[in-house]
Design a protein around this ligand. Structure first.
Ligand SMILES: Nc1ncnc2c1ncn2[C@@H]1O[C@H](COP(=O)(O)OP(=O)(O)OP(=O)(O)O)[C@@H](O)[C@H]1O
Length: 299
């Protein structure tokens, strides 16, 4: 397996405050990873640690299988972790030419990257005339100039209007489709759900979940059942293999499902067992519910 980044028990304390608490995860080539967590959960610190701008208290990380020094690894990474700064009176092209000089990258890719972020038509306008969304897109173009193997973005859509947010998300998807691995930090579950294939959920520096976004959502939800004779219904629930634990609530008896539900077959089995259901409703937990559940359980 080819890993771009492997993080092992990374830990960061600021005085008495633990910002990142022994986290471990790996980044595989070609996927889009999201570090998801509420404000102050340690997302930016994690990015700072792997970009060598924050010193770890303990733990390790290695880039590209550990075959290169951190200095050389950083040349293969494109990162935007602070609000981008360019020369206000200079155009996008002039700013990017300067970036190429500093990075030792060829200016031949300037138009290509500007086109990718949708700024080709405005390439000669001074930076100061750009909207916030355009500034952010220019920052992405700048990070792509040296053809990085991984692009790292900290809250890439913060402060943007809905149109700007959409533009950035579409660009991220396009970059990923071209084969660049992406790691982004976000406090927005919706953003991670829309853009990322994999997620690391952080809360107070602790890692609560790591894995595929679609698997995080892979739970079969619950079914709410009710019947005139609840004792008999509970007896029935206990007899069924695909019905898990249950809770008696206002809406009826909520039963956790252990596999994809077949409501007709539950209804039929209940009838055959002498229970006439007065209610049968499938309730699927949204990713948001699960995220809240995850962060609650670990308080
Ligand atoms: N340089 C620092 N000195 C002291 N404490 C810090 C420093 N940087 C971060 N912290 C603290 O570490 C914790 C994690 O902060 P971090 O910025 O990594 O979280 P975050 O998830 O990126 O949050 P946000 O979304 O608000 O940026 C917070 O409690 C923060 O106050």
């Amino acid at each position: 397996m080819e890993y771009i980044l492997e993080i092992d028990q990374l830990h960061k304390k600021y005085g008495g405050l633990t910002a990142v608490d022994h986290i471990s995860f790996r980044i595989e080539k070609g996927h889009v990873y999201g570090i998801l967590g509420p404000n102050g959960s340690g997302k930016s610190t994690t990015l700072g640690l792997v970009l060598n701008v924050v010193n770890p208290t303990s733990g390790t990380y290695r880039w590209f299988g550990g075959t290169v020094s951190t200095h050389d690894a950083l040349k293969r990474i494109g990162a935007i972790i602070e609000r981008p700064n360019f020369y206000p009176s200079m155009s996008a092209v002039q700013n990017l030419q300067l970036v190429c000089k500093i990075k030792g990258a060829s200016p031949s890719r300037i138009d290509e990257t500007l086109s990718l972020v949708g700024l080709l038509e405005r390439k000669n306008s001074p930076f100061k005339t750009y909207s916030l969304g355009m500034k952010q897109r220019l920052a992405i173009a700048s990070a792509l100039l040296n053809e990085p193997e991984i692009l790292i973005l900290d809250e890439p859509t913060n402060g943007l209007d809905p149109q700007g947010i959409r533009a950035i998300r579409d660009i991220i998807k396009k970059i990923a489709e071209q084969g660049t691995t992406i790691l982004l930090a976000s406090h927005l579950l919706d953003e991670v759900e829309k853009v990322c294939t994999h997620v690391v959920v952080l809360r107070q520096g602790k890692m609560l979940y790591t894995g595929r976004v679609d698997e995080m959502n892979k739970n079969f939800g619950s079914v709410i059942l009710d019947a005139e004779d609840r004792d008999r219904l509970i007896y029935f629930i206990n007899q069924q293999n695909d019905l898990g634990s249950y809770e008696v609530g206002m809406e009826g008896i909520e039963v956790t499902l252990t596999r994809e539900p077949d409501l007709a077959s539950i209804n039929k089995s209940a009838y055959e067992a002498g229970t006439i259901l007065t209610k049968i409703v499938h309730k699927k937990q949204s990713l948001e519910d699960q995220f809240i559940e995850l962060t609650k359980q670990n308080q």
